[in-house]
Design a protein around this ligand. Structure first.
Ligand code: BGC
Length: 419
């Protein structure tokens, strides 16, 4: 760099400064660990890699397959323990604060101050990446989990409307099944079953009731009526799903949905990215809206990258952090990924209808927001896995009673949740 950094900070124009902030003097490599391996996820990651290349940063990809990062988190931990930590990693939710407390993450305050994350990011997202006021991760995109995809052309042809409530859903599903259609796509992979469950739970409990389940001292709420209703609805929905139910990766479910094998699908909006990558057209081949009974709520997961501390590449790490959060990159990346920008200063007219509904609902503030369990926003990794496994068991094994399942969930929340 031609000038010392402290000189630049005092004298350069803010934008030039952001760009020059940490530009590596010659091409630097960054090992990036993430779990974006489906077609759309790959394209979205490639876009970041291309933008990084334009800034002399070589993105060395270390992608670990497995929806919802089930394998990636395990690989990440073992790499760190064996001294082979990546430079950059996808790290989500409360883990950001925990890892930061252990001193594992590079502080990004320089970037955050320069780009004014304080006013530019949604407050919930800023707090997530800045535990205790110190910025230690960079948000990439905001996903909405309570998303119902439906085949709009088909419903239009049949003169039917997508359902806003579960009663409407049941009526519609009955008609569709009578007409020879499979009403609801689903895989029996544990995280996909639990993803459907949390979308139902949000509708049954409402955002405040849902959030209360994760507050300290509230474990017994897992034994309350909303959780019972959500579990029972989850089980009853099986009659609208393909039979026999197969354990398929979510991308395979997306392909089946695109081929018309089912009329509706409840899944996080990364599914939109995948449908678009297949050449499906939003607002024509498919459409989306909030899953039943959750129109005024946002079940969210924020994809985040963290920079591991103690590496030889802080300039490149800081430059990558500055790059992924800048507005044009945010718009381009999230359009491919199916998520929406983490910034408040974009024009929502630039988003498709599904993205606009997500962004505008989230912008209404913390009252409507609910952190995803399965996608790592609500709890630590162990509790997330315990809830997922228990819900999955309940879904598959009809002998398990609802009350017994709730007792187990409450027990996990008591032992592994916030005290
Ligand atoms: C991540 C998404 C990803 C999805 C499927 C979620 O947990 O937040 O980025 O596309 O899993 O793998």
């Amino acid at each position: 760099m031609p000038f010392p950094r402290h000189w630049l900070i005092r004298h350069a124009a803010p934008w030039a400064l952001l760009a020059s902030l940490a530009l590596p003097s010659q091409a630097e490599q960054l090992n990036v660990l993430h779990w974006w391996t489906s077609a759309s996820e790959r394209r979205a990651a490639d876009l970041l890699a291309e933008r990084a290349a334009a800034e002399q940063i070589v993105w060395r990809d270390a992608a670990i397959a497995g929806g919802a990062g089930v394998g990636a988190m395990k690989v990440l931990k073992s790499r760190i323990l064996s001294g082979q930590a990546p430079d950059v990693t996808q790290l989500i939710g409360p883990a950001i604060a925990e890892w930061s407390e252990l001193g594992l993450l590079l502080p990004l305050d320089e970037v955050a101050e320069r780009d004014d994350w304080q006013s530019k990011l949604f407050p919930t997202i800023r707090q997530l990446v800045s535990p205790g006021g110190r910025s230690v991760a960079v948000p990439v995109g905001l996903h909405r989990i309570n998303t119902l995809f439906y085949r709009s052309a088909l419903l239009g042809k049949l003169g039917l409307k997508p359902p806003r409530s579960w009663d409407e859903f049941e009526l519609l599903a009955t008609k569709l099944k009578a007409g020879g259609f499979v009403p609801l796509a689903q895989s029996k992979e544990p995280w996909q079953v639990a993803t459907l469950f949390e979308a139902i739970l949000l509708g049954e409990a409402g955002p405040a009731g849902y959030r209360a389940l994760f507050e300290a001292g509230n474990a017994t709420q897992w034994q309350g009526a909303p959780v019972a209703r959500a579990l029972e609805r989850l089980r009853r929905l099986q009659r609208w799903m393909p039979q026999p139910l197969r354990e398929q990766p979510w991308q395979a479910v997306a392909h089946g949905f695109a081929r018309g094998e089912a009329v509706m699908w409840i899944m996080g909006d990364w599914a939109k990215g995948e449908l678009l990558a297949m050449g499906q057209l939003a607002d024509a081949d498919f459409d989306c809206q909030a899953s039943p009974a959750t129109e005024d709520a946002h079940l969210y997961s924020v994809d985040t990258l963290a920079m591991l501390a103690g590496k030889d590449s802080p300039p490149a790490q800081l430059a990558l952090a500055a790059l992924v959060v800048n507005a044009p990159v945010q718009l381009a990346y999230n359009r491919i990924k199916g998520s929406v920008p983490v910034r408040r200063d974009i024009n929502p007219a630039q988003l498709d209808a599904c993205g606009r509904a997500s962004w505008q609902t989230f912008a209404r503030g913390s009252g409507v927001q609910a952190p995803s369990i399965v996608h790592r926003m609500a709890t630590g990794e162990t509790l997330k896995e315990a809830i997922t496994a228990q819900v999955h068991r309940y879904f598959l094994d009809k002998r398990l009673s609802t009350a017994e399942t709730q007792r187990k969930l409450a027990g996990y929340a008591r032992a592994l949740g916030r005290q």
